[in-house]
Design a protein around this ligand. Structure first.
Ligand SMILES: *Cc1c(COP(=O)(O)O)cnc(C)c1O
Length: 486
């Protein structure tokens, strides 16, 4: 038996590279990362290719090992080439973040040490660190000491966890579902509707409340709808507000909504996945007034703190509610029960074995200090305001003045259909690739969006995007005139 084991171990031990191999691998990976980052200012934000990296499939997983150098070449060609480069400062679509380098260092160490951050007993330090970060965010939003939450993989999971918690805290059982309305606007992020369905609440009546001219929830309409539902004997139990909508960055009237939620004893969830960290920016801090009166908040460090993808957060005013929904004891986990100094993520979320995602966030915040983020977030606000003025001067129609760092605009061609023109315009910008913009449709109208949130998006990138738009409008207009003349 020993011989057999020793023979197998010869292979198994390869999983532990010796110091020389480790150094070789580190050097190659480091070189790759340096090449990537050194080219980030010049390289396009979007690369359109026909094959879309399909040569990746020529490298299937096989029994034998391959060389790291070859694999990095495959990666460069087929993964880090085609499509959107989310690390580029020219990524001004959806909600970017950029992915600060310190995230990579935190992840590297988290993976090498592989600390188990799910349970306090196993890694008190890792759990303390994650809870410290959550408390820092709770403090930022103005929550009391009863609050805690969970570092999730993103805002969608945070929203799902919040909605499942709201369901239980409000005692909504299966028979109650058809009589328990949820209040939201058409401007909520679609992860809310998705979460409602996944949480088993798909048959709750969804009450889409009117929005004002700046796409913020109309409190009077909400009041009317809740009263109507009460009169019919229904059970209003959940109000979902947005602090920074994805389409236009609108912040709902959080304080007035808090009054109503309090009076009606509804769970009040604020989705601040995109907007939440703008609490750090003096310019807009007051617009969030009332967020501290909510029951739960989603906030995304991989957006507003510019971390690489993979870190969202849920904050809950009364952590007991979160624990009631997510706590479970398994017999094989019995050693972990005790009077712990900290609540464990495993008891506050659907996850058990989890990425030690706190380290990337802790390292980033500690290395830079909060003031760096304050300034960078302010810069994003001003860049969006700058773009707003300039794009108006270029003759575009604009949506509302940006509340945060997202705005909508479109070009009204002299003749022809505006929606079709703008759809083509976005497509031409994407094909050009220097910058990347996306679009949205609001009330049937096609708009182009600008979302300034990558830490790399600076004045040069904004000016480049204006230049590209100006060029493409000219090209499209000339083409059309040529067509009409011929
Ligand atoms: C991005 C976003 C989400 C979803 O978060 P993910 O991290 O992408 O899962 C939810 N709500 C809002 C307002 C967002 O901007």
């Amino acid at each position: 038996m020993r011989d057999k084991i020793i023979a197998l171990e010869k292979v198994a031990h390869q999983l532990e590279p010796d110091p020389q191999l480790r150094a070789d691998w580190n050097r190659l990976v480091q070189q790759y990362a340096d090449d990537f980052l050194n080219g980030i200012e010049q390289n396009p934000a979007y690369i359109e290719t026909d094959d879309k990296g399909s040569a990746l499939l020529d490298f299937p997983i096989i029994e034998e090992s391959r060389d790291l150098e070859d694999l990095l070449a495959v990666l460069r060609e087929n993964v880090d080439g085609p499509g959107l480069n989310p690390a580029s400062g020219g990524h001004l679509a959806y909600i970017p973040g950029g992915g600060v380098y310190a995230t990579a260092l935190g992840d590297y160490l988290a993976a090498v040490t592989n600390r188990y951050a799910g349970v306090f007993f196993a890694s008190p330090g890792a759990v303390r660190m994650e809870n410290q970060l959550i408390r820092w965010m709770c403090n930022l939003v103005g929550y009391p000491d009863t609050a805690l939450g969970n570092l999730a993989s993103g805002g969608s999971i945070a929203n799902l966890t919040a909605i499942a918690t709201a369901r239980d805290a409000q005692g909504v059982r299966s028979a109650d579902i058809p009589n328990s309305p949820i209040y939201l606007t058409a401007q909520v992020h679609h992860s809310i509707q998705k979460a409602i369905r996944i949480a088993g609440l798909g048959e709750c009546p969804l009450r889409y409340i009117k929005v004002d001219e700046r796409f913020r929830m109309d409190v009077a309409d909400l009041e009317r709808q809740v009263a109507e539902d009460r009169a019919e004997g229904l059970n209003p139990f959940l109000l979902v507000a947005s602090a920074g909508t994805t389409d236009t960055g609108a912040i709902d009237p959080l304080n007035a909504l808090a009054d109503l939620a309090e009076r009606e004893k509804m769970w009040y969830h604020v989705d601040a996945a995109y907007g939440g960290f703008f609490l750090l920016a003096e310019e807009v801090r007051a617009d969030f007034k009332g967020i501290e009166r909510s029951d739960s908040i989603t906030i995304d460090p991989h957006k507003g703190l510019f971390l690489a993808y993979g870190t969202g957060a849920l904050l809950i005013r009364d952590v007991a509610a979160l624990r009631d929904t997510h706590y479970y004891q398994a017999s094989y986990m019995q050693d972990t029960i005790g009077a712990d100094a900290e609540l464990s993520p495993a008891d506050l979320s659907p996850e058990l074995t989890k990425h030690f995602r706190g380290l990337r966030m802790w390292l980033t915040l500690q290395l830079y200090g909060v003031n760096t983020f304050r300034a960078t977030l302010s810069q994003k606000l001003w860049l969006c305001r700058f773009f707003y003025e300039r794009i108006k001067q270029l003759g575009f129609e604009v949506g509302p003045y940006p509340e945060l760092s997202v705005m909508i605009y479109r070009y009204l061609p002299k003749d022809g259909e505006a929606d079709a023109f703008n759809r083509q315009l976005v497509e031409e910008v994407r094909r050009d690739g220097r910058v990347f913009l996306s679009s949205t449709t609001i009330d049937g109208v096609f708009w182009i969006r600008l979302a300034v949130l990558s830490f790399r998006s600076d004045l040069a990138w904004i000016e480049r995007s204006l230049q590209v738009l100006e060029e493409k409008v000219l090209e499209l207009s000339t083409k059309k005139e040529d067509r009409m003349l011929s």
